[in-house]
Design a protein around this ligand. Structure first.
Ligand code: GRF
Length: 208
């Protein structure tokens, strides 16, 4: 069983998908702690309702991002976290968190990377006019949504979609894909192969 730490800022529907997958035994994990940078975030309530420990690390109380990350790492370590999940966590992470959990931080992004990284990925997809978008689960490195890709799922973009309708369709796929990927981690099937010079690191999933 793997111990997860889930970092959140908002509504926490991905957190809910993780909690539901654990409850229905599809995911052999426990959530050691949910950390939010936003006091009062809906995600905290979801954690409490599931009997999961929570911590608020309010970024406004730290002089810089690294000091904030150090406090987050302290909370994660205090709860034995082995794998960190960014689930709607709206802060850029620094080397402090990256070095504490090297290639052990998972992010879910609402687009098919490397298309549309950063904020408002669904709006970027609509504005560009793509016919297909989707969801990417990837490991976090020092760039913005640039780390090795673990899994992706495609979602059609329909005529007449707006940012909100596409957001909802993609979110459904996020809720399916993220717990499935976390189960691969729980089974120890995810390996990162460092890229040779000039090449990207890549993820191998054993048995797939
Ligand atoms: C999701 O769309 C996720 O891809 C993005 O932020 C959103 C979080 O939603 N990183 P929620 O808080 O899990 O409901």
């Amino acid at each position: 069983m793997i111990t997860l730490g889930v970092l959140v800022s908002g509504t926490g529907t991905n957190l809910q998908a993780i909690l539901d997958a654990i409850a229905s035994r599809k995911l052999d994990a426990r959530v050691g702690v949910v950390v939010s940078n936003v006091p009062g975030a809906k995600a905290l309530q979801r954690a409490q309702e599931a009997g999961v420990k929570t911590a608020v690390v309010d970024h406004r109380q730290y002089s810089d991002r690294r000091a904030f990350d150090a406090a987050v790492v302290e909370a994660l370590r205090a709860h034995g976290v082995e794998l960190v999940v960014l689930a709607g966590f709206m802060r850029l992470v620094t080397d402090v968190l990256l070095h504490a959990y090297p290639m052990r931080i998972v992010n879910v992004h609402p687009a098919l990377l490397p298309a549309f990284p950063g904020l408002h990925a669904q709006r970027q997809a609509i504005d560009y006019g793509v016919r297909v978008s989707g969801v990417t689960v990837h490991l976090v490195d020092a760039g913005t949504d640039s780390g090795p890709i673990v899994a992706q799922a495609a979602v059609p973009v329909h005529e007449g979609d707006d940012e909100e309708s596409l957001r909802k369709r993609i979110l459904q796929e996020e809720h399916a894909l993220l717990p499935r990927v976390l189960q691969w981690f729980a089974e120890g099937r995810v390996a990162v192969e460092p890229g040779s010079p000039g090449q990207r690191a890549r993820v191998r999933i054993a048995g797939s």
